[in-house]
Design a protein around this ligand. Sequence first.
Ligand code: 3UK
Length: 535
Amino acid sequence: MPTAHIDTFARDNLPPVDQQPDFLFELPELQFPAQLNCATELLDEHIQEGRGGRWCIRGPKDHWTYRDLWERANQIAHVLVQELALVPGNRVLLHAPNTPMTVACWFGIVKAGGIVVATMPLLRAKELKPILEIGAISHAFCDASLAAELQDAAQAVPGLRHIMLFNTTEDASLEAHMAQHSSAFSNVNTASDDTCLIGFTSGTTGIPKATMHFHRDVMATCHCWPRSVLKAHADDVFIGSPPLGFTFGLGGLVLFPMSLGASTVLLEKAGPAQLLDGIRDYGATVAFTAPTSYRTLAARGEEVRATKLRKCVSAGEALPAATRALWREATGIEMIDGIGATEMLHIFISSTEEDARPGATGKVVPGYEARIVDEQGQTLPPGNVGKLAVRGPTGCRYLNDSRQKAYVKDGWNITGDAYMMDTEGYFFYQSRTDDMIVSAGYNIASPEVEEGLMQHPAVLECAVIGVPDAERGQIVKAYVVMHPGYAANAEMVRRLQDFVKQAIAPYKYPRAIEFRESLPRTQSGKLQRFKLRDS
Ligand code: 3UK
């Protein structure tokens, strides 16, 4: 296929063909042409078809139409090509909170044939440095408020030639440069299998893994889950908390609304309280956030009921049945749960509100296939717990990484999750395969114990791990954050233990319970059980 990349780094570092997953393109909407630039599809098309005057992105400071975004993205593409000597295929770091300008940079980079590497805003120099190195990043756009950490990281990375700051009044700002350029730009005619984004995996230990995604992958995610499960429309207003450096946020807050011609609300700070304010103030109808955020917001159900919110998507972590029920009772809204992964770009198992089953993530999203396999990769019959294996139009391509062989086996993506599929094709999350606790010979999945605890009114959040024990190998230990107003004492420990014994098989109860003020989480909101293990 005719690549437009002059800098062939991404293509040169793709996993060998025999280590890549199978890709499925059976659906009619997945017939991609040889040349495809996803920025043209998601942005320019709206202008050409007369929708330029519709709202596209709103935030506390800016309200932009599709045309406003298009003009700014075009100017940014000119700055990259004419002033910063970007050639197609170069990697551009995007280090900024969720703002309209961040999205303009995203599209400017993609229009110019560059590869976006978007990062979590709170990353420190120490975490940015390996990203700069692994991605061989040549350019960076950075919100001025986050410049110090990036500049610090860049000192030891000579390959990073240009850092341009925005959201500042300095003369050298990106905005000042943009003002010198035309608001029209002719998008680079990339191949549908040219890489346009590299997503770094969030939050676990060790060296970050860089996942490569093509222009066609971006469009495939827009054509699959949003159409068959989310079913939003052009008049919906999207909102949510995940950062754009996390593909959950990029899809839910930018790609999906734009693929529909809908509008999106970007909040720089999106804790539960700010999210509720945003939902109310902007009339948001579709929300994307993590299970704990819904759990906290459920306490303000009456206020949520008074808004226009109608669709609530939960992903990133397992959604406990208790949280689904709590949210429905508090707000009247049935949640849409979905499992996605950075390697897969977005959600591949999920279900609509009508098909939701408590405790199940859902069914496989049309366009994807999923099965449960044993250690040898053999398919297990329904009702058995095993490893989740998936394939579809998107899949794992680590950038020059030996861990590719662990994620992709026989063409299937092995997500690292233990799941069970029932006879109707519903998939039930058990745990991460490495979060299985083995106590006195029993397999105990951490989330199951957490779910049992969470049904107790005193428990705001909790995390369960296995800790070494001379007699049992491991015992179940729970870290619990209490709702305000409950006493964290020995009596409460006993009460919680008794409660869990009533809720699930008694042998799974937490033999140890420790109270905490908060739990360690990644910037994408995921519980870091390994940090508790090491503590
Ligand atoms: C876990 C879930 C149970 C699961 C993501 C939606 O989370 C995303 O990507 P990550 O690479 O993590 C992937 C892993 O997270 N997980 C995610 N969603 C669920 N477990 N139920 C869920 N609903 O262990 C998975 O392997 O950070 C989520 C869209 C895009 C994403 N990147």
